[in-house]
Design a protein around this ligand. Sequence first.
Ligand SMILES: [Zn+2]
Length: 407
Amino acid sequence: MAVNEQEVELIVKQILGQLSGGQGSTYSAPASTAGGPIPSVAHVAMLTSLENFEVKEFPMPSVGDDDILVKVEGCGVCGTDAHEFKRDPFSLIPVALGHEGTGEIVKMGKNVKKDSAGKDLHLGDKVVTCMIFKDDPEITMFDLNKQNVGDADVYGLLPDDDVHLNGWFSDYILIRGGSTVFNVSDLDLDSRILIEPCAVLVHAVERAKTTGILRFNSRVVVQGCGPIGLICIAVLRTLGIQNITAVDGNEQRLAFAKRMGADKTVSFKDHNGIEALTEAVKQSFDGHLADFAFQCTGNPNAHSNIYKFIRNGGGLCELGFFVNGGDATINPHFDLCSKEITLVGSWVYTLRDYATTFDFLRRAKGIGLPMSELITHRFRLNDINEALKTNLAMTGLKIAVVDNINV
Ligand SMILES: [Zn+2]
């Protein structure tokens, strides 16, 4: 439906353009270029059936007055991509996926002057797109889902159309006028690939701060040391919070948590039952319970347990259930009421958090956190099916598709 509307709009614009001698036409404007000759074809990984990407060739599209042509350098694989790859829950096939991408501007229309934050855009600048609309900085993913995704310029989730360059799993992407785009030229490639997952944590910590409980000297538990928990620790560390205990069952991940800024680690495998585990968390804080806890796993039992780690009057941010992971049982009297716990939930991010994330990544690098090591696997575009399968196997942390760098 949305694609048809777009097609109609393009045809109308073209006709209007011809009538007015080129003014207002999407396709007739001369665009400036950089970075050497632009090939006549682009390569796009198109999900054509379940668990099957085909790298297809499409003619390089014309760049309209408001459009930006970007040469892709890399794109992270997100849980959403894996979900779509395995199940196609939104019935988007055929679809070009990849939304955690970044690359270099090689051509742009004459009307393109600034990014969504008001920063100048030039040929050669490195950019990212964002799933959130620029015209409403307070909009969250929840609001976005209520609208037609096809109209939202959500690259990597747009249904296929006659341009085809709609996802970051590609060597070129056409960013249409009106899309949310940021100039992030001062960040290295790995940092740029990590922007989207990091924004989720910047948002969660912002939510946590609304409780008024999280402070510099707080004792903080981060439960779950997958990419989300590890980045959570890094965001807290860049804010100056040092008294962090990481809880997980995987020794390797706990070791990484320490390098990301956790002061102590507790493996739930070393402690039998919630009482022993709570005691271990308490020991890590010299006999105190946590002032604040972040729940970063998608396991309902982990949600039930985490209340035990928090002191009376403490706070909890639940951000592990990005998708429905089922019901969790708590005792409202003991866990919530009598302890007077302040609970916040967190999901996705706002546009403001996205811009804050650029600063976080600069600070994380500045204090020497090993952010790049979060990217454990790098695949070339031709091996994209392997990349998605590696994500589904959950053997690594962040999986990335990179085409234009030597790895
Ligand atoms: Zn994502």
